[in-house]
Design a protein around this ligand. Structure first.
Ligand code: CDP
Length: 348
């Protein structure tokens, strides 16, 4: 019997305990789940938090239900609990109740193990950042919210390299089309993402309206995101740090970024700005078309299953609807400096 033997070993450990699989199995299981939690948090904080929340909710609900069932037996049917001299049906229900309790304790332990792994990953990330004088700034937000302009200004101010990650997805879409493939075809899109040449990102065509829409189609493909993740993380690992802007920088690409900013603005204001930009570049498009493109992309980006656009839990929110580029930059600098001094502002 593994349970009693485990408890016996806990109360009086002896030489046999340390080589017994019955004693070691629960520790091995917790270590395994914790390692899973560690890896999951390092890979994608947002998904890790979702899984942990569900695991905790499920295991505590099961625990409460099985405790209630055990309580019912103890109060209303103590005979079944203390003797075997009751009907086979009552015995079977009692056995199922006890098994349910055992399983729910196992699930709770698993959920706690997962949380433990996540907590360790968080501490390790923090220590890694404290050891090196680097600054990684994650700027996320919806289409045309002003995050690109902001990222460039912030990067210039702190003399950091800057990556507009949207360009990667735009370039993948461009290459899929150039090879005659379909944007929604995972094989063509993944091949383009794997073969992407960063030297081709400086391409004026990537800034046009069609490129943004096409980018949001390839961006829904998990393997495309995985192929681009390595490049983005390597960019963020530069000696002094970096500024990256996109949709999932604070949640997936750099979950341990020193500062995360989530930039928003009303859809109408974003469309007005983007329309002016297109007009200045001589693109033939109307305000209404730009607005509907922005709305379509917002919906696609925030509803996809993998790395949806969402603010990181510890992001500073910046609404730029009533701010020009300089005012947004000043507000961001204040937020960054406040974070660096240890004050944790949530909104600016
Ligand atoms: O400049 P704008 O905000 O209009 O778009 P962008 O940042 O160039 O991104 C173009 C498209 O790429 C977005 O609509 C997203 O679908 C996708 N994208 C993404 O999924 N993840 C990122 N980190 C960046 C962009």
């Amino acid at each position: 019997m593994s349970g009693p033997y485990f408890l016996e070993c806990l109360s009086g450990p002896n030489g046999d305990c340390f080589s017994s699989p019955f004693f070691l199995a629960p520790f091995a299981l917790v270590a395994l789940v914790a390692a899973g939690g560690y890896a999951a948090r390092r890979a994608d904080v947002a998904s890790f938090r979702r899984v942990r929340r569900r695991a905790l909710r499920f295991s505590t609900s099961l625990l409460i239900l099985s405790l209630a069932a055990v309580g019912y037996f103890l109060i209303f049917d103590p005979q079944t609990v203390s003797t075997t001299d009751t009907s086979p049906h009552a015995q079977a229900v009692w056995a199922a109740t006890v098994s349910g309790l055992g399983a729910s304790v196992g699930f709770v332990a698993g959920a706690l193990g997962l949380s433990l792994g996540g907590w360790i990953a968080k501490q390790v990330g923090r220590r890694e950042r404290m050891n090196v004088q680097r600054l990684v700034i994650a700027i996320d937000g919806p289409a045309a919210s002003g995050k690109g302009t902001l990222a460039k200004k912030v990067a210039l101010h702190y003399a950091l390299p800057c990556l507009d990650t949207g360009l990667l997805y735009r370039a993948v879409a461009r290459d899929v089309i150039a090879s005659g493939g379909e944007l929604s075809d995972p094989i063509a899109a993944v091949a383009a993402a794997q073969a992407l040449n960063a030297a081709t990102l400086d391409d004026g065509r990537l800034r046009g309206p069609a490129a943004g829409d096409a980018a949001s189609i390839v961006a829904r493909i998990p393997e495309v995101r995985a192929a681009l993740l390595k490049y983005q993380r390597a960019f963020a690992r530069q000696p002094n740090g970096a500024v990256l802007d996109g949709r999932d920088i604070g949640t997936v690409v750099c979950p341990d970024a020193d500062i995360k900013i989530f930039v928003t603005a009303s859809a109408e204001e974003r469309a007005r700005r983007r329309h002016l930009e297109y007009q200045a570049r001589g693109e033939a498009t109307t305000y209404e078309d730009v607005l509907s493109d922005i709305r379509r992309r917002d919906a696609r980006d925030s509803s996809r299953d993998i790395s949806p656009m969402e603010p990181a839990r510890d992001a500073v929110h910046l609404d730029t609807t009533a701010l020009d580029a300089d005012a947004a930059f000043q507000a961001t600098l204040e937020a960054i400096e406040a974070r660096r001094r240890g004050r944790c502002g949530k909104n600016v």
